[in-house]
Design a protein around this ligand. Structure first.
Ligand SMILES: [Zn+2]
Length: 309
């Protein structure tokens, strides 16, 4: 790139990061495709950040793509790039299928050579993405048809200093990438659980996603605490807390049990209608049977509920 092109490239990227920060402040951490595609104006020209192909370069940029996108994981179908164990603190991004020398793949190689930051739109659910930026292509692995990607902190690219990191910068990127991967697992887990339960609490059917959470049957720190829908239950905040604190238990045959001393208390409507009224009721289950809570997990969790009572 000529110097003027490099300046333009840098300016547009910084504007894109600002635009995403604003969209996320307005709409939340997860953006829909249409919220991303609102785009922004740069000296009178519209700039869009995401196209249909996974690797996208807006018209205004001379050479290097601005974003990469992955589609959401479909239950039962692992993502194509999840087919080998990832190195800690590195994300894997598969080549475009059209071949290693496709211009899009070439574009990512240029991003790698220039240390140029990109945006990663990580598909969480259909047409809903978690934007992650800045991400850097750090390696090209033709034998696995994939790039290796690291995430950095936003402030590392907002100044005028070089985007190519020193060894300290690499360590920081590795550390941040691990954190981002953990967050993505949680974000995806919540999205999958809420989708399976039709965005409703499995106990009381409350339908306000902003009050809903994905409860783990086995805690995510437990060896069996996998981020699969069958290890989750969609619950409103109060029922989630009651479940975690052993005020509310769920039997392996999907019935709700309220702790005895709480059943005997006398108090206002939250206690009466929010907890006691659900004694012996059956939880609402996902339509797909393979997404129902795992019976063994419920049994082990219910034993702990009984032991705590
Ligand atoms: Zn509820």
């Amino acid at each position: 790139m000529r110097y003027s092109e490099m300046e333009l490239d840098r300016d547009v990227r910084l504007e894109a990061f600002k635009f995403l920060t604003e969209q996320m402040a307005k709409y939340g951490e997860i953006l829909t495709a249409s919220q991303i595609n609102e785009g922004f104006r740069y000296h009178g020209e519209s700039v869009f950040l995401k196209g249909t192909p996974g690797i996208f370069k807006p018209r205004i940029l001379p050479e290097v793509p601005i974003s990469i996108t992955t589609v959401p994981e479909v239950p039962g179908h692992p993502r194509p790039y999840d087919d080998r164990p990832a190195e800690e603190g590195v994300m894997i991004y598969r080549y475009r299928r059209t071949g290693p020398n496709h211009p899009d793949n070439e574009g990512l190689r240029k991003a790698m050579a220039g240390g140029i930051p990109l945006i990663y739109f990580y598909g969480v659910e259909r047409a809903r993405y978690q934007p992650i930026w800045p991400v850097f292509v750090i390696d090209d692995d033709p034998s696995a048809s994939s790039f290796r990607i690291m995430v950095d902190e936003a402030k590392a690219v907002m100044g005028r200093e070089s985007w190519l990191p020193d060894s300290e910068g690499i360590l920081r990127r590795r550390y941040i990438t691990v954190e981002v991967q953990q967050r993505l697992h949680q974000v995806a887990f919540r999205a999958h659980v809420l989708r399976a339960y039709h965005q409703a609490c499995s106990i009381c059917s409350l339908r306000h996603p902003e009050l809903l959470e994905a409860a783990h049957i086995f805690k995510d720190t437990h060896p069996k605490g996998i981020p699969a829908v069958s290890n989750g239950l969609s619950m409103c905040a109060i029922h989630h807390k009651a479940f975690d604190k052993n005020i509310l238990g769920i039997t392996p045959d999907y019935s709700v049990i309220i702790r005895e001393d709480v059943l005997e208390e006398t108090d206002g409507p939250m206690l009466q209608w929010g907890l006691q009224a659900f004694q012996d009721s059956r939880i609402h289950l996902p339509r797909r049977k393979e997404e129902w809570p795992d019976k063994e997990a419920l049994e082990e969790r219910y034993d702990r509920f009984k032991a705590a009572v």
